[in-house]
Write a protein that binds this ligand. Structure first.
Ligand code: SF4
Length: 286
């Protein structure tokens, strides 16, 4: 097992754990402990590139914050003691990459749909080492829920970071890529409000559909949205790295979506820097 394959092995199941899983993060060059708060896989988006396999039912249907706390404590101890290095794929990774970077709410669906979101953030804040970040990876659909806003305030006081998805600049492209009933205007409003309260990270995935990537006009509109949002500390521009599992009109999406080349990703990243005036990084496909 190489470091590269360890990076790609983003399984959300680890040993007998139900909700907690370690990931070697290509973004942070360390361990990110994932917390899957949506084991039922029910999402408010239906992204064309989604890698979650919804053709099979999950054995675990409901998130239990008490069980998650026990698992998180155990996993933190495994990472602290170095015990995680005894498990594949971490047994072939240099020790310096096995330091804890963050705890991320990133499941088989959208974390802000969790009914007891604030309670879950409270639990993480209580259990984690102070220096570890809490990262919320979100499609922004539920950032306007009162319980989620309370959770974000707890995150702010505990080294929290919001990573919000924005894959489009126009409503039309948003509907094509993210395939949700939530209006684009609401997503933009939610991201803007979150960014007013704290600097945020934007994650943007671009890809090709039947060989065609986003148009120049789409990227211009997208850069305009980034400028409107403001208070963005980083934009992560990336493309597909794993197999898309969505089914569109009966056709598996992996048959017609594909990754941008490294150069195409870099062109968008450079445009974000120039047109939106924001720090941006490229992450390439597999
Ligand atoms: S990529 Fe994320 S937001 Fe999109 S459908 Fe999959 S789980 Fe939901």
């Amino acid at each position: 097992m190489t470091i590269l394959t360890a990076h790609r092995q983003h399984s959300r199941r680890f040993e007998e754990f139900k909700y907690v899983y370690p990931v070697l993060s290509r973004r942070s060059h360390g361990i990110s402990i994932g917390l899957n708060v949506n084991p039922d896989k029910a999402c408010n988006f239906d992204c064309i590139y989604c890698q979650v396999d919804r053709t099979t039912e999950s054995a675990v249907k409901k998130f239990d914050v008490g069980v998650a706390e026990d698992e998180l404590r155990e996993m933190l101890e495994m990472v602290r003691s170095g015990g995680v290095a005894q498990h594949a794929p971490f047994n072939s990774v240099p020790r310096e990459l096995l330091r804890l970077n963050d705890i991320a709410l990133s499941g088989d669906a959208e974390p802000t749909t969790l009914p007891n979101f604030a309670e879950t953030i409270e639990m993480i804040a209580r259990v984690k080492p102070a220096e570890a970040k809490v990262v919320l990876i979100t499609d922004a659909g539920g950032l306007d829920r009162p319980d989620v806003k309370r959770g974000l305030e707890i995150m702010d006081a505990n080294n929290g970071e919001v990573w919000a998805k924005l894959d489009a600049g126009t409503e039309e492209y948003f509907k094509l890529i993210n395939r949700t009933k939530i209006p684009f205007t609401r997503i933009l409003r939610n991201i803007s409000h979150a960014a007013k309260a704290r600097p945020i990270v934007i994650q943007s995935l671009f890809l090709k559909i039947r060989g065609v990537g986003p148009s120049d006009e789409e990227i211009a509109a997208y850069c305009g949205r980034l400028k409107e949002i403001g208070n963005i500390k980083l934009v992560q521009v990336y493309t597909i790295a794993r197999k898309a599992m969505t089914v569109v009109d009966g056709v598996p999406a992996w048959q017609f979506v594909s990754a941008l080349s490294n150069e195409e990703v870099d062109v968008i990243t450079e445009r974000v820097r120039k047109e939106a005036g924001v720090k941006a990084e490229s992450f390439y496909g597999g």
